[in-house]
Design a protein around this ligand. Structure first.
Ligand code: MG
Ligand code: ZN
Length: 367
């Protein structure tokens, strides 16, 4: 009898232990992020990352991400994508034609991750080193058959409901062909409109429209020092005010412009700035514990490769095959709850699907 009771007790103990172990594992898998920070290095392929890593003596913040994937960047119209179609795939989960901004191949609007986030009560924002109306930021907030319609895209940004957006392109808001004053409209909608980085840093407003340059922001050493770092810190401060969570997209916009110029120094300084902001995002996520950080690119630019280098001296010898974008897969680095989903090889559209799944949003049909 005693043996029977003992045997039953042991069985019961094992059953309880294995059951609790199982639920603990499930909990780890099921933990959802409250916030997503998506960082896009425009034109940032593996060679751009590795060149910056070499110049930085074999170290980058991106290395702090435990999960790595590869994204296939082709568009609905071309083997080699542009930033309109590449960004649309990431922002909406649908491939479209080159030049399009979050509309499908028939020109019908596609709902974006930022718009789903707004709909679900999250705070949203963008920080970029190009015009806020440029293709990559535009695909998150605007719908247009042409990425070149900066003034039309500015109207969509005004209606987006974002809490914070910081970059260049002020002329598209208040120096327009239709003479409309969208800067006044932004103020009427409750934004503090900042035109210098110092104003952004000093602002205590919970809604900021940072239009820091009339058109394109310049290169870092031509007066843009600290823009992406300070803008992103301010955006995180504002977005954190929403206890339900947030979606923030950060773009290292000019890595691509260095790529088009086949200018190694330009690419490296832009990628290093971008990586410092990846560090800011990861520091935030480490402290916060409920933030998924995703670092990726919309495509590679320049067909860049590395022929030689030296980690000690920080010298690197690169070469280029193109003055345009190329079709090669680009890296995806992920950190935080939900990051495990980003391992593997997948289409760029899967980045949207994984973000939706991580947030746990219901979508009935992807549009
Ligand atoms: Mg871009
Ligand atoms: Zn480009």
């Amino acid at each position: 009898m005693k043996t029977k009771i003992f045997a039953f007790g042991l069985f019961f103990l094992i059953a309880v232990l294995s059951f609790s172990g199982c639920t603990q594992q499930e909990k780890a898998v099921e933990k959802k992020p409250k916030n997503i920070i998506l960082l896009i290095g425009d034109g940032m392929g593996l060679a751009q990352v590795h060149a910056a890593m070499t110049v930085n003596h074999n170290r980058l913040n991106m290395e702090r991400c435990p999960f790595i994937g590869l994204s296939k960047t082709w568009s609905a119209s071309d083997y080699v994508t542009d930033s309109g179609a590449g960004g649309t795939a990431i922002a909406t989960g649908s491939k479209t034609r080159n030049g399009s901004v979050s509309v499908d191949t028939a020109g019908k609007p596609l709902k974006t991750i930022l718009e789903y986030s707004e709909e679900n009560g999250l705070a949203t924002g963008l920080t970029v080193t190009c015009e806020v109306t440029h293709a990559t930021p535009a695909v998150f907030t605007a719908h247009n058959i042409s990425r070149n319609d900066h003034e039309g895209i500015a109207v969509d940004i005004l209606k987006s409901g974002m809490d914070v957006f910081i970059g260049g392109g002020r002329d598209y808001f208040n120096n327009r062909k239709d003479s409309a004053d969208l800067v006044k409209d932004l103020r009427d909608a409750g934004y503090e409109v900042c035109i210098t980085l110092d104003q952004v840093k000093a602002s205590g407003s919970a809604k900021i429209a940072g239009l820091l340059y009339e058109k394109k922001p310049p290169r870092i050493h031509e007066g843009r020092e600290g823009l992406l770092e300070s803008a992103t810190l301010k955006a995180l401060e504002i977005l954190s005010l929403n206890t339900d969570g947030f979606f923030l997209m950060v773009e290292g916009s000019q890595i691509d412009w260095g790529g088009h110029d086949n200018d190694q120094e330009y690419i490296v300084e832009e990628t290093l700035e971008f990586d410092r902001v990846v560090g800011i995002a990861l520091d935030f996520a480490e402290k916060n514990g409920e933030t998924l950080v995703i670092v990726t690119a919309d495509h590679e630019t320049g067909g860049m490769t590395i022929n030689n280098g030296n980690y000690e001296t920080g010298e690197v010898e690169t070469a280029f095959t193109s003055g345009d974008h190329t079709g090669v897969m680009v890296p995806v680095f992920a950190y935080g709850p939900g990051a495990g989903m980003f391992s593997g090889i997948y289409e760029n559209t899967a980045i949207f699907d994984k973000m939706i799944q991580a947030f746990g949003f219901e979508i009935f049909n992807k549009q």
